[in-house]
Design a binder for this molecule. Structure first.
Ligand code: NAD
Length: 315
């Protein structure tokens, strides 16, 4: 049976690649991309697109009814670094869009939701190494508070109203097709662009800041995999820990030097250092491995080689 899927925030870093992958899998016309702005040519030319502000319940309901949507991927959000500058806007966007989608599912207007959480749900009191699925969670950032609240609401809607909502705590994501949108791990994308264009990069985090990261192909594969898993196997209805690799800016620079030996890095930490300090260094994702067979494929070196190979003609 063919299904129609709506991607909200389709023009962002994850939404762009998610939309293109879903279009390849299910057919271009089945996947409706939407955002408050237009996206790149690949996205705009490959299938249907709607300008849609997902904080507007009526507008969202109308698009869902018009296209016979059964599944929604809610990718619109304000990310960690930007959210510290605009706390109320971040809270309103991150929570209202989630409530709109959860309530549409509660009203049986859609059947299934994907909503991404983040490692930002953890905080300074969380065990930093190999952070377990269930542990102390006292996020100290605006973004982290919104993701932690979102997780609780997803679980609540599942328990009370049987809403089939699924979620992953993405680590920092590295991609070459779209630039990142205002997060604390953005350096791990910018560094490749600067390595190619200028041969050097000034990093906004300290050299030994160890953070969990993932290459975009792995993140998209995980997203499709959790959505295809039979509902009874999804035991975590808040969000699953997900991991691939952890590294510091210094280790990333060393990896780039294996391809560009003259590459130079300098460090000028800014307000994002404090956000990074509150997050885990590595994540235990054994429950995602057990429940839906998750396994990452990209390590740091493979990520570096793939990024530089794909960006060299673009930068
Ligand atoms: N990129 C990462 O490293 C990362 C890590 C962890 C979690 N996440 C989560 O994944 C999701 C997607 O992240 P991303 O990196 O693609 O973000 P992004 O900032 O690149 O993209 C978000 C998109 O949402 C759109 N948008 C903003 N307000 C909207 C509204 N009112 N209605 C509809 N669209 C709106 C923006 O125009 C943008 O295209 C977010 O929930 C984010 O918190 C991302």
């Amino acid at each position: 049976m063919s299904k129609y899927i709506l991607i909200i925030g389709a023009c962002g870093q994850i939404g762009t690649e998610l939309t293109l992958t879903l279009r390849e899998k299910y057919g271009n016309d089945q996947i409706i991309a939407s955002d408050i702005r237009e996206g790149n040519d690949d996205l705009m030319e490959s299938g249907p697109f709607e300008i849609l502000d997902a904080t507007n319940y009526d507008a969202l309901e109308e698009v869902i009814a018009y296209h016979d949507i059964t599944e929604v991927y809610l990718m619109a959000a304000m990310l960690s670094a930007t959210a510290e500058k605009f706390p109320m806007r971040a809270w309103n966007l991150n929570m209202n869009t989630l409530f709109n989608v959860l309530n549409l599912a509660k009203e049986k207007k859609i059947e299934k939701i994907f909503w991404p959480s983040s490692i930002a749900v953890f905080g300074p009191t969380t065990p930093k190494e190999n952070t377990p699925q269930n542990t102390i969670m006292e996020p100290s950032t605006v973004y982290g508070i919104s993701k932690q609240s979102g997780e609780r609401w997803c679980e609540y809607y599942f328990n009370k109203f049987n809403v089939d909502v699924r979620s992953i705590r993405y680590p920092g994501l590295i991609s070459w097709k779209t630039m990142p949108g205002g997060g604390t791990t953005d350096y791990a994308v910018e560094i490749y662009h600067k390595a190619l264009s200028e041969g050097s990069y000034t990093c906004f985090l300290e050299e030994d800041t160890n953070l969990p990261m993932m290459f975009m192909d792995d993140a998209i594969r995980a997203t499709l995999q959790i959505m295809e898993t039979p509902a009874e196997k999804i035991k975590e209805r808040s969000a699953y820990n997900l991991a691939a690799m952890s590294f510091t800016p210094k280790e990333m620079a060393e990896s780039i030097k294996t391809v560009i030996p003259k590459f130079k890095i300098a460090y000028e930490p800014d307000f994002r250092q404090e956000i990074a300090n509150s997050w885990p260094s590595s994540i235990d994702d054994s429950i995602a491995q057990k429940d839906w067979n998750w396994k990452a494929e990209f390590n740091l070196q493979k990520t570096t080689e793939t990024m530089l190979e794909n960006l060299k003609n673009r930068v």
